[in-house]
Design a protein around this ligand. Structure first.
Ligand code: E4P
Length: 216
């Protein structure tokens, strides 16, 4: 499973990128708004940090508006992927964009049949939101299991981005199920790095070395 980072904060993206584990970036209007900066300026800056798919979302709700926005965003950089909401208008836009060779990430996917429709419309990626389902007492991870199975059944090439990730356990379960990508917030990425036994182990190695008074 590959990792994308789910943020529009360029400092977080820079730090995460230094770890060498990040293959792409996902943003959404809420994440961009949190930064209080110009949308295009932020997206452009992200393209200078990570050399991989960078999702930027459209705001229009009609297919014509989505396609128009998508064409402008796609001009920014070859790595831009257009995030389109999972609606009937969104599917029309995805289909039109796929014919133009513009990559899309269908977002706000909450059912396996939505994911299948998005794939058939020509989506490059689908983003099922596990955390938001869990928030509603519905098992987000069983949605991932269903989509993985369906895409395997039909040899569908659309990649599954596990989104709305809240904990390292989401990442673990998604990896076990064989999802292609998990897009993780910076906090979750750093939680995955840490283990208390690693810290205790380092401290013990250093103390044993000091006590033995060895020279390097
Ligand atoms: C990423 O593509 C999504 O926009 C993001 O993961 C949503 O996460 P949230 O449910 O924590 O807002």
């Amino acid at each position: 499973m590959k990792f994308f980072i789910d943020t529009a904060n360029v400092d977080e993206i820079r730090e995460a990128n230094k770890l060498g584990v990040i293959s792409g970036v996902t943003t959404n209007p809420s994440l961009i708004a949190k930064e209080g900066r110009d949308f295009i300026e932020v997206v452009k800056e992200i393209t200078t940090i990570v050399d991989g798919p960078i999702s930027a979302e459209v705001i229009s709700t009609d297919s014509e508006g989505m396609v128009k926005e998508a064409r402008e965003l796609a001009k920014i950089h070859k790595n831009i992927v257009i995030k389109i909401p999972m609606t009937a208008e969104g599917l029309k836009a995805v289909n039109a964009l796929s014919k133009e060779g513009i990559k899309t990430n269908v977002t706000l996917v909450f059912s396996a049949t939505q994911a299948l429709l998005a794939a058939r419309a020509g989506a490059t990626y689908v983003s099922p939101f596990v955390g938001r389902l869990d928030d509603m007492s519905t098992d987000g991870m069983s949605l991932i299991s269903q989509i993985v199975q369906i895409f395997r059944n039909y040899g569908i090439k659309t990649e599954i981005i596990v989104a709305s990730v809240r904990t390292p356990m989401h990442v673990l379960e998604a990896a076990k199920l064989g999802a292609d990508i998990a897009t993780v917030p910076y906090k979750v990425l750093m939680q995955m790095v840490k283990h208390p036994l690693t810290d205790i182990g380092i401290e013990k190695f250093i103390n044993d070395w000091k006590n033995a008074k060895l020279k390097i």
